[in-house]
Design a protein. Structure first.
Length: 191
């Protein structure tokens, strides 16, 4: 039996159009967007990045709690307007929006490069999370050879990269469903 979420996420998938690949066809809606954002913010960020920051720098690391509390209401005020303007003008990336709104190619390029550079810590955080899970499972911990030890992490990264390449934004959304459900189930089981 196919999961109804997967059927919804895969419908109308056309990898040839950037709009479908990068934005999920602009039809995720509130429910799926909530899982997509929650899967990013309330898993690896909450369980790995914030505790590591607090451990490394002390109580100053708790700024992330207030940052999250303040950033989301601000985002929910401005993002609906950004979404409607982008949809009307068929903008796909923030750089498209900047170029279309302000006509500045240099500013659009700076926006695109900043977005790519800002994604690097996100990818690194995901790899740290995968490595933590593999370590807890005991995969690759018995070998002293670095190639053998890191092979499971490399394979897991390649599977996720290929899945994202093929499915676009639908990949992290469907992973968010599974991940959030597993976090909820195991959190309830440990209580």
């Amino acid at each position: 039996m196919v999961c109804p979420w997967t059927r919804y996420l895969r419908r109308r998938a056309n990898e040839l159009q950037l709009n479908e690949w990068g934005l999920g066809g602009r039809n995720f809606g509130t429910f799926i967007s909530w899982f997509l954002m929650g899967g990013d913010l309330y898993t690896a960020y909450t369980f790995i990045a914030v505790p590591a920051l607090v451990y490394a720098s002390g109580s100053i690391g708790f700024y992330s709690v207030s940052y999250t509390i303040m950033a989301f209401p601000i985002a929910f005020v401005f993002l609906p307007r950004l979404w409607s303007v982008s949809r009307a003008n068929n903008y796909v990336t923030p750089a498209d929006f900047v170029r279309g709104r302000y006509g500045a190619r240099g500013l659009a390029l700076a926006n695109a490069v900043t977005g790519i550079l800002a994604t690097m810590p996100y990818v690194a955080l995901r790899l740290v999370g995968i490595q933590a899970v593999l370590t807890v499972m005991g995969v690759g911990t018995t070998s002293t050879n670095p190639w053998t030890k890191d092979a499971p992490l490399f394979i897991a990264f390649m599977v996720l990269a290929i899945y994202t390449y093929v499915s676009g934004l639908r990949a992290p959304a469907s992973i968010g469903f599974v991940k959030d459900a597993l976090v909820y189930v195991f959190k309830q089981g440990s209580s």
